[in-house]
Write a protein that binds this ligand. Structure first.
Ligand code: DGJ
Length: 703
């Protein structure tokens, strides 16, 4: 799994199909040597080359360091920039030692003069062909060290021209849209400075050379960062064709006071390589999330069909109306009934009440437990919305603790959505949040928490903290959030936590270590969602992607879509219903019950199977996505027709991921076809008109 070739001073980390090779250079640095298809012999891998020097460019500048300290002659993105007690701002790291255990390699680097140690951790995830890395920066001296930049490290792709970058950009309510750009010979940065992951960019990338890869073929290098605060991924390409991809905590307004004996641990940076196109890269990430990232207790449980009335009722929730909704929800087959914003404090709009986590007795005169009992009696579990990091100035909490929000004493804190942000760098704030949510979970039968966060950071002051720790809040906030949820999960292990941030503002591999699923967007228009969901699927699996069936005429763009289309779009993820059920007729309920029943049958394939993006909604008027069960005995294909013109015939959809020799039945058609035929010739989908859709089931023929 991990081998060391002492003669060449290289370490070879092997997954099932890839290897990742590091080498010790003559300068004492750890250099990247290779990430690609696994080669047969150890002797196939090169050692760290001596790098030629050019006028104005020293060899050390071109050496592909995995973790570069800023010192001596370095101009590209450093992983570590620090100032020592004597104001020296020069980090000079040299390799000292290493340790190998079954899946993990630890490389120890040390500054040549100062008591600064860096441990680089590399873990191979063989069955997902991924490398997971992070590092620890340790102060083992007696004086403070100021960290001004602490990334997780750098990754390199072979020196070639014309790399194409695939990334996810967005905004509210249009998150995770896939964009592609040819890499310029300069620097390009994906980042968030907003305090959380953000709607605008996502810590994920894919690179292919010359734009040669497609969904199913070609070499793709890819990676993601597991962090939910300010992050950055820096792509640097130069005229030597060096392509360096550094990732980690954003150094913007960052500063960390590392005290004696303290260690700073960076977030995980996950990288991989495939030669079967973007689809396989995504499937590896999906597998990795389902097998290793998501919180363990709920990892293997199927996600339930939920109902949430937010789109329908907004803040106007009360026991009577929620009970009526619950009765219909139960009848159509919903398994989890969620009460969204508006159930607490003086919360009638977004102007007041946030922070006061006690039940609004005008709306719920019998307490929440009375509604929960009814929901449970109807055979459903109960879920609740909270936004623990936010506070309205018009709230009891703020009146009691105005110091608990981020602010500068001389500035009026800016309100966004009429709210401020609680300072999770403070232990008393973390304790307050923990106690409130713990008490809610202890006193009520709550199976699901939707944890929202509805604004970006501003005026990030922490007046009572020492000056040298002021800029630590960006990291401490994310860590504080992780800590609270980890403690809550330890006490209430089976509760499912969903990450929401005004839609999809906080979806990343870091949050998924603590939260079981995510809300990708407030945009619930079933057609727009196809695009958002397709982008989402590049980095994240369908199991965590909650999707609602909402109003016939959607609030986002006034588009009117059939119930079937809305269901089909939402069924490609983790199905939920967000429509106002009180407006539904019997026929709607009957149809919904039918789709929910079908979803329950095919849900294991969607949530646990392999996802294949067959036809992209970005490129084709006929979009299609397919899920194949791990045994490859069953599959389900979704087809969405945007519109059809001139009575043109639709293209056949060529399936993927089936077993070539196995005979499959397509829906209930008599004639069985081999997996090979379905994948080479494809299937014809009978769809006509605008916004039409279909679900096609593929099942192994039983003799
Ligand atoms: C933003 C979320 O994305 C919505 O789903 C809803 O929960 C509202 N916040 C509630 O304020």
């Amino acid at each position: 799994m991990i081998r060391h070739d002492a003669s060449k001073n290289i370490w070879v980390l092997e997954g099932d199909h890839i290897s990742y090779v590091l080498g010790l250079s003559e300068l004492g640095t750890i250099n990247h040597i290779y990430c690609g298809e696994k080669l047969p012999y150890l002797s196939d891998y090169a050692s760290a080359d001596r790098v030629a020097a050019f006028p104005y460019t020293l060899g050390s500048e071109l050496s592909e360091e995995e973790f570069m300290g800023w010192g001596k002659v370095k101009f590209t993105e450093p992983s570590l920039k620090a100032t020592f007690h004597d104001h020296v701002r020069d980090v000079d790291l040299a390799f000292v030692d290493f340790e190998i255990s079954e899946h993990t390699l630890v490389l120890l680097l040390r500054d040549t003069h100062y008591p600064l140690e860096v441990k680089l951790y590399y873990k191979v995830i063989p069955d997902c062909d991924l490398i997971e890395r992070y590092c620890e920066i340790v102060n083992d001296g007696e004086t403070n060290i100021t960290l001004e930049q602490a990334l997780t490290g750098s990754f390199y792709v072979p020196r070639e021209k014309d790399y194409r970058l695939t990334y996810l950009a967005g905004r509210w309510p249009a998150e995770t849209q896939l964009d592609r750009v040819m890499m310029p010979d300069t620097k390009l940065v994906l980042e968030s400075r907003r305090g959380t992951t953000s709607h605008f960019a996502n810590p994920f990338f894919m690179l292919d050379q010359g734009g040669k890869a497609d969904e199913h073929t070609g070499e793709v290098y890819y990676g993601a960062l597991a962090f939910s605060g300010n992050w950055k991924i820096v792509f640097e390409k130069d005229k030597f064709n060096m392509v360096k991809i550094s990732a980690g905590i954003n150094d913007f307004d960052f500063c960390w006071n590392l005290k004696p004996d303290e260690r700073f641990c960076t977030p995980k940076y996950i990288v991989g390589y495939v030669n079967q196109g973007f689809g396989q890269a995504s499937r590896n990430l999906h597998d990795y999330q389902r097998k290793y990232v998501l919180p363990e207790v709920n990892r293997n449980k199927l996600r339930k069909v939920l109902y949430n009335s937010w789109d329908a009722t907004w803040f106007d929730v009360n026991e009577e109306q929620q009970t009526k909704l619950a009765e219909i929800a139960a009848k159509i087959g919903v398994e989890l009934f969620v009460v969204d914003d508006g159930w607490f404090g003086a919360r009638h709009s977004d102007r007041a009440g946030l922070g006061d986590w006690f039940i609004n007795e005008d709306k719920f005169p019998n307490g929440l437990q009375s509604l929960i009992r009814k929901v449970n009696d109807l055979g459903m579990e109960f879920g609740l919305w909270i936004e623990p990091e936010g506070v309205n100035p018009d709230s009891e909490l703020y009146r009691a603790h105005p110091q608990w929000v981020y602010h500068f004493e001389t500035r009026e804190p800016t309100q966004i959505r009429n709210q401020l942000i609680l300072n999770l760098a403070r232990a008393d704030v973390r304790q307050y949040i923990f106690d409130c949510i713990d008490s809610l979970l202890t006193k009520h039968q709550i199976a699901f928490i939707k944890w929202d966060m509805n604004r970006n950071f501003s005026e990030p002051g922490f007046p009572s903290a020492p000056p040298e720790e002021q800029k630590e809040i960006w990291v401490r906030h994310a860590w504080g959030l992780y800590e609270i949820v980890e403690k809550l999960k330890a006490k209430h292990p089976t509760v499912i936590f969903q990450s929401c941030s005004g839609g999809g503002g906080r979806v990343d591999m870091g949050i998924l270590q603590y939260f079981d699923q995510a809300w990708p967007s407030d945009n619930t228009d079933a057609f727009d969602r196809l695009r958002i969901q397709e982008g989402f699927s590049y980095a994240y699996c369908a199991k965590i992607m909650e999707a609602w069936v909402s109003d016939e005429v959607n609030w986002v763009n006034n588009r009117k879509l059939s119930l079937a289309y809305r269901f089909h779009s939402a069924m490609t993820g983790n199905l939920g219903i967000g429509d106002n059920l009180l407006k539904w007729g019997d026929e709607d309920s009957r149809e919904a019950a039918k789709w929910i029943q079908l979803y329950k049958e095919i849900r294991p394939i969607i949530q646990e199977g392999d996802q294949y993006r067959l036809l992209s909604v970005r490129e084709s008027h006929l979009a299609s996505v397919m899920y194949v069960s791990p045994s490859r005995e069953e599959a389900v294909v979704f087809a969405f027709l945007h519109s059809n013109s001139f009575d043109n015939e639709l293209p056949r959809i060529r399936l993927q991921g089936l077993d070539e020799q196995t005979l499959y039945r397509v829906d209930d058609r008599e004639q069985a076809l081999s997996g090979k035929a379905l994948m080479t010739v494809g299937i014809k989908v009978e769809l006509r008109g605008d916004f039409q859709s279909k679900i096609i089931r593929i099942r192994k023929m039983v003799k």
